[in-house]
Design a protein around this ligand. Structure first.
Ligand code: ZN
Length: 242
């Protein structure tokens, strides 16, 4: 294995943001010197542009921990069984998985390997919410009366989770934050803060709120940073009721 093979094997892992911080720095340095890797990474990033990368599910599926443990203890056969994902993502993750398997010699790598696989499986779990969604809602976000990006809600009925994507929203003004709310029959229920960036959509995997009242919709508001009140105090940016 030449030194460059390591870069070739880890291109997909780099794009999937699943390298360790030190490795990621090494890889990034290399990109500055290698046209071939730069081209390949750009191609992979184009193919996977629709994927929200490096996400950790807020609410793992009930069988997530078991599947993760099984896959880690009994590789690679079981690992393969959990692939494929959606076509493009599947290819990249299989490539990443193969690269990981090839590097599994050496106890020092074991911990890093498990951490990386955990992240890849977290990504798979998160993607499953999108793939199995039985309803997708799209709503426009408006700021100061002007359209500014949008919000997509994927409802998945099997594990009762939502995948929520917020795109095209600038970072919240200082002292403010974006807040996601569930609208239920008994009122609004505070969910998560949305970290917005124009470069990359914000992605969240959310469990249903722990209230008995049925969920009727969702809202996105701008709230004061320090505020923790149970009802929105700020401006409503998006509001959708089913
Ligand atoms: Zn290279």
């Amino acid at each position: 294995m030449t030194a460059h093979d390591w870069y070739i094997e880890n291109r997909a892992a780099f794009v999937a943001r699943s390298l360790e911080p030190v490795e990621e720095r090494t890889f990034r340095d290399h990109l500055g010197r290698c046209d071939q890797c730069t081209r390949e990474v750009a191609r992979l990033e184009r193919e996977l542009a629709w994927l929200p990368m490096a996400v950790t599910p807020v609410a793992p599926a009930p069988d997530f921990v078991r599947r993760m443990a099984t896959a880690i203890l009994d590789r690679p056969a079981r690992w393969r069984r959990h692939v494929p994902l959606a076509a493009a993502a599947g290819l990249a993750l299989v490539a990443a998985g193969t690269a990981l398997a090839a590097r599994s010699e050496g106890r020092d790598l074991r911990v890093a390997l498990v951490a990386r696989e955990t992240r890849l499986m977290a990504l798979e779990d998160t993607l499953s919410v999108l793939r199995r969604a039985n309803m997708v809602l799209q709503t426009r976000i408006s700021m100061d009366g002007y359209p500014q990006g949008g919000m997509l809600i994927f409802q998945e009925a099997v594990s009762h989770r939502w995948g929520v994507i917020v795109h095209g929203l600038p970072p919240a003004p200082s002292g403010s934050k974006y807040q996601f709310w569930f609208i239920t029959e008994s009122g609004m229920v505070r969910s998560v803060e949305v970290a917005a960036s124009m470069q990359r959509p914000a992605f969240m995997t959310l469990p249903m709120p722990g209230v008995a009242a049925p969920v009727m919709g969702a809202a996105l508001t701008m709230e004061p940073m320090v505020d923790g009140s149970s009802e929105p105090q700020g401006v409503t940016l998006a509001h959708v009721v089913f």
